[in-house]
Each structure stands twice: as structure tokens, then as C-alpha cells.
Design a protein around this ligand. Sequence first.
Ligand code: BTX
Length: 324
Amino acid sequence: MKDAILNLLKKSECSFLSGEEISSRLQVSRTAVWKHIQALREDGYTIESRSKVGYRLVTVPDRLYPGEITVGLKTRVIGSRIVYFDTIGSTNDKGKELAANGAPEGLVIVAEEQTTGRGRLGRTWSSPKGRGIWMSVILRPEINPMDAPKLTLLTAVALARTFDSYPGIQPGIKWPNDVFIKGKKIAGVLTEMNAELERINYVVVGIGVNVNTSRAELPPEIENIATSLYIETGKSWSRKDFLTKLLEELEALYLSFKMGEYAAVVEEWKKYSVTLNKKIKVTSPGVALEGTAVDLDDDGALIVRTRDGSLKRVVAGEITFASR
Ligand code: BTX
């Protein structure tokens, strides 16, 4: 009901809507209307009220409320349900919990702040309140677990496309999961899954994007290696608009992936890559090699030419750029 009242206020734009009209259109009492208006104010909406005239929406808070995101969201699957938290440990942990309890494909968990945001390999992900997009998507693809890394690359492409729509922003993807702007990390993807030998039960794709984080809000240890849209452009951006675009790009890529169209994703990934043709060091369980990243194969594995000229295929791991 709260959302329905909000939508009526939004539709009437700058003009006042009387309590009587709201109550008759939504078939609720005037007292209930008043209570919901109070609740919306507590959520941060500024609603002007004038006696005998009614209510008028003045400002919308900078919050990722589901009701704000779903208005105008053109997706069928991704974001069909959105679960919101003001503060949470990690949206990926909540995603795994909800998925294990049967949450549907496409459910998105979004939080204003993460207190124990995670990167890969036990690393931390800084997630200050209201400054970025800290979210996870539950997917249930009918694919072999070995193909799950493709979802990370696909998500990185969705992120790159979204950043690309901002003026003056040129995103680059560092294999496999980071998005960089001018050599600094602006977004990351953490893909976790629950699977049997040949079947995935669920995948939780966690996405962290620094949107309005200022330099002072970056923890000192990442001050020189991280950036945000705000730092790059000198102005704040609507997190809701970024999220909406990202969910739409993610859905478009994911639906074509499910139809077997992955080669185009690989090509697009290569277009955005800042990894190919660079000298790199790879560390992954049981692997430590140096060489030049020469290609990404159709499965999303990185092809590295080592010093002796042989080609090695790397499916997962961590790369660093070698200095020479
Ligand atoms: P990663 O392991 O590739 O990157 C983690 C590293 O990145 C850290 O060790 C640190 O150096 C740096 N870092 C930490 N925070 C930030 C930041 N805000 N911006 C830039 N660099 C940073 C990348 O892992 C995957 C991150 C996924 C985060 C999302 S947020 C929603 C979801 N929930 C959750 O707990 N994780 C994911």
C-alpha cells in the first residue's frame, strides 16, 4: 500500500493530491493514508502536506528501495524480485541463504552498506553506506559447473557496457572479474556457486560498484588503486539509474547466454580487455606462471604464451601485470 501511495504521488508530479482522492482510489481509510505518508517520510521521502489541499511529493531519497528500482525496469527475470537491506554483512551470504531456501532465479539482494563485504580469496570489499551498489543476483542456469566462470565474464561485460554509457568513462576489464578505469579498480564481481558434479543448484553473482565514493571515503590501503564514478567525473550520479541499466544489460547477456550465444560475449569481453597483449603473472591453486596474455578462448579461459613459447590455458586465478 505504501508503494501504491508513492506511485500515485509520483504520477501527480508536482501537484497536490488530496487525502480523500488517495483513499478512494486505493480503497483505504484516510487514517491509513496518513500513516503510510508518515512511513514514507521515515523512509526519507519529503512529502509536503497542506490542509484541505492534500499531499505533494517534493524529494525522493538517494536509496535503492525496491519500489524505486522496479519502476521503469525493463527486465523479465533479473530483478523480478528485489530484497533490500539498509545494512548487511554481505549480500552474497544473504543470496546463498535465500537460494538454499528456494529463492527464484533473478532475485536481487541489494544493500546500502555491507559491514563484511567480501572479495575473492577471503579479501575484503569496502562498501560504505549509500555510496555504491552492493548487490547479488541469484541465478539457476542449467549448465555444467565447469562453465560457471563464464557468468563472471558475462557480468563484467554487463558492467563495462553500463560504465560505457557514462560520458568520458572508458571501462576496461581485467581478467576475470574486475572493471578498471584509467588503471584503477571501480567494480568487482564475486561469483559463488552451489553445485553437484554435473549440475548447478544455484549461482550467486555478487557485484560491487563504486559510484559516489569520494577519495576520502576510500580506505587508505586502496586509496591509490581504487576509483569511483564520482572521483572520475567530479560529480555524483544516480545509483538507481546505474543499477537499472546494469540489471538490463545483465539480463540481455544472460538470456542470450542461456540460448547458447556465448561467442559474442567473448568478443565483447576482448574489446573491453585491459589484460590481452600484456605481460602477466598468474597465480591460481597449483599454478604459477608468467607470460603474455594472448587470447580468451570460447569458454572464457585466458590463453597465456609462456617464455618458452608454449600456450597455457588458465580457467581461474589471479593475475598481476608484470613490470617488464
Ligand atoms: P577481488 O578479490 O578481486 O578484489 C578485492 C580487492 O580489491 C581487495 O583486496 C582490495 O585491494 C580491493 N578493494 C576492496 N574494496 C574495494 C573497492 N570498494 N573498490 C575497489 N577496490 C577495492 C572483487 O574481489 C569482487 C568484489 C565483489 C564485491 C561484491 S559487493 C556485493 C557482493 N557481496 C559481497 O560480499 N561481495 C560482493
